[in-house]
Design a protein around this ligand. Structure first.
Ligand SMILES: Cc1cc2nc3c(=O)[nH]c(=O)nc-3n(C[C@H](O)[C@H](O)[C@H](O)COP(=O)(O)OP(=O)(O)OC[C@H]3O[C@@H](n4cnc5c(N)ncnc54)[C@H](O)[C@@H]3O)c2cc1C
Length: 482
């Protein structure tokens, strides 16, 4: 540990209860905290200390104490640790602020106030007896922080837009240690900037979301085979381009590979299908639910509660696996989507033997209704314009077992992404937006928001963090000034 870091930790321990600091000598506790990230790329980093604040006031004391050390000591902000972007929520040799002890959920006047250490599963469980839903992660285990500050796609995105667009108030501790509320009336520039600005402007201690009446939904997964894949993309594009496109649907179409699929050496296709009303088998979903032939024994379509649907997606809360995400966005063009899938399959071939490999090429649409709802909800800084039509996010995702395959699998993903991107560009179908929640280190999601939005964020940073604490001392994620 560097001398200045040791000094900073000593200063922090003077101002805050020392029991809230976990150092590597506390082997068991440190190991269990640091190994609880989804991705081994995050757990590979070993902070000098993990700080577990129990209140917003303690977060404020942390920032005030750390400020004089900002040139020499780094910190990271961690929620559920579900983002696989290396170093976004952990820091080598620095101090990781782990928000898990900031708990509490309250409902008041239709607004659910959620402390930063909660999970979406807990929020859904809390809201269920009230007959209410909220735009949140599609998995129970996902953290609130990453999704609510970096966009966030939910089952309800077609109707309600991005998760960040549904935050009506952020309670945020800014660099000075001041605790602010950012909403349409108070600090509105900060409010809009936090809707996409990630960890650049402060540590958010509570998120207040608007809720809506929510009964059960029709949801589940359908597995099928590659020959039907192109028809599925055609059906998706047709639905997205229809003037009557349903705002109740959320669809994810994937082509994937894993031995556990029991499909030999072949890829298999998967539709993750949601209709956010309690209607069994609605006509709009027929092409995706009834694709034939399918692995009918694996078809899980049924009426489910929000909590059940998100539990199905949660991947059993894995931790410390080798895992990376990368993404690119394109317009609604079947040839671009299909060729992207073909490229991915080709590049996959030489790495299929990587131990425990499970990977996919997943199409997730942002329908026009979703992009339109952003401004109705007050706006954000993502820079997506509804007039450009539906946007389709292409997510490349890989999970594997062994560190020795890191370079091979990363190389496969990067090569595939580059080819998919240039194929889309050559066809005039590339959308410059990069989705932060799925971005890899060399994909500058922030700059993809466009110059105007970056300037808006830089202005907010100069106002709320004039010394640039979150730019220099908190290096994780994507930063505003280079
Ligand atoms: C099983 C699974 C399901 C997923 N489902 C979805 C989905 O439905 N929709 C979707 O869009 N994405 C989804 N993702 C992607 C994932 O949710 C994102 O990568 C998200 O960022 C993870 O959030 P987290 O709070 O766990 O973040 P962490 O990994 O803890 O942090 C991510 C980033 O957010 C910052 N941050 C976190 N909390 C705060 C805070 N309170 N204040 C300031 N900065 C903060 C961190 O510093 C870090 O840079 C899924 C991922 C997995 C593994």
């Amino acid at each position: 540990m560097g001398g200045m870091t040791a000094e900073a930790i000593a200063a922090l321990k003077q101002n805050l209860p020392s029991a809230h600091f976990v150092t590597p000598d506390l082997t068991e506790e440190y190991g269990s905290l640091n190994n609880s990230y989804l991705s081994g790329f995050e757990s590979d980093l070993t902070p000098a200390c993990i700080f577990l604040p129990k209140s917003k006031e303690q977060v404020a004391v942390f920032l005030r104490t750390i400020r004089p050390f900002a040139d020499n000591v780094q910190f990271a902000i961690r929620a559920a640790g579900r983002q696989p972007l290396p170093g976004c929520a952990n820091v080598q040799g620095g101090i990781t602020v782990d928000l898990r002890s900031l708990t509490g959920i309250r409902l008041r006047d239709g607004i659910v106030k959620v402390s930063a250490g909660e999970s979406w599963g807990a929020v859904y469980q809390y809201l269920e007896p009230h007959g209410l839903g909220v735009t949140g992660g599609k998995s129970t285990t996902c953290g609130i922080g990453g999704l609510s500050t970096q966009g966030g796609l939910s089952f309800f995105s077609s109707r309600e837009s991005f998760i960040c667009d549904n935050v009506v108030n952020f309670e945020v501790v800014v660099a000075s240690g001041e605790i602010l509320n950012a909403n349409a009336q108070e600090n509105p520039d900060l409010w809009i900037s936090l809707r996409g600005g990630g960890n650049n402007l402060g540590i958010i201690t509570r998120f207040d979301f608007s809720t809506f009446k929510q009964e059960s939904m029709y949801a589940g997964m359908v597995f099928y085979f590659k020959p039907s894949w192109r028809d599925q993309m055609t059906a998706l594009v047709k639905e997205l381009m229809s003037p009557e496109a349903s705002v109740e649907t959320h669809l994810m179409l994937s082509i994937g590979y894993a031995q556990v699929f029991g499909n030999g050496n072949d890829v298999i296709c998967l539709n993750q299908i949601y209709y956010t009303q309690p209607v069994k088998d609605p006509a709009v979903l027929a092409p995706f639910v009834h694709v034939q032939p399918q692995r009918s024994e694996m078809n899980s379509m049924k009426i489910q509660t929000l909590l059940e649907a998100a539990t199905e997606q949660s991947g059993a809360g894995q931790s410390k696996i080798r895992c990376l995400y990368m993404n690119v966005c394109v317009k609604a063009d079947v040839d671009t989507l299909a060729t992207g899938g073909d490229i991915w399959c080709e590049e996959l071939e030489p790495v299929k033997d990587a131990a425990g490999l499970m990977c996919s090429y997943t199409i997730q649409p942002y329908p026009i209704s979703q992009l339109q709802k952003t401004s109705a909800n007050g706006g954000n800084v993502l820079g997506l314009d509804p007039s450009e039509g539906p946007v389709l996010n292409l997510l490349l995702l890989s999970y594997w077992a062994d560190k020795k395959d890191d370079d091979r699998v990363t190389g496969f993903m990067q090569k595939a992404l580059k080819r998919i991107e240039s194929n889309a560009k050559d066809r005039g179908q590339l959308v410059p937006f990069i989705y932060w929640n799925y971005a890899f280190s060399d994909q500058d999601a922030l700059r993809s928001y466009g110059q105007e939005n970056v300037q808006k964020l830089q202005a907010a940073s100069k106002k709320y963090d004039p010394d640039g604490l979150f730019q220099t001392a908190c290096p994780g994620g994507f930063k505003l000034f280079k």
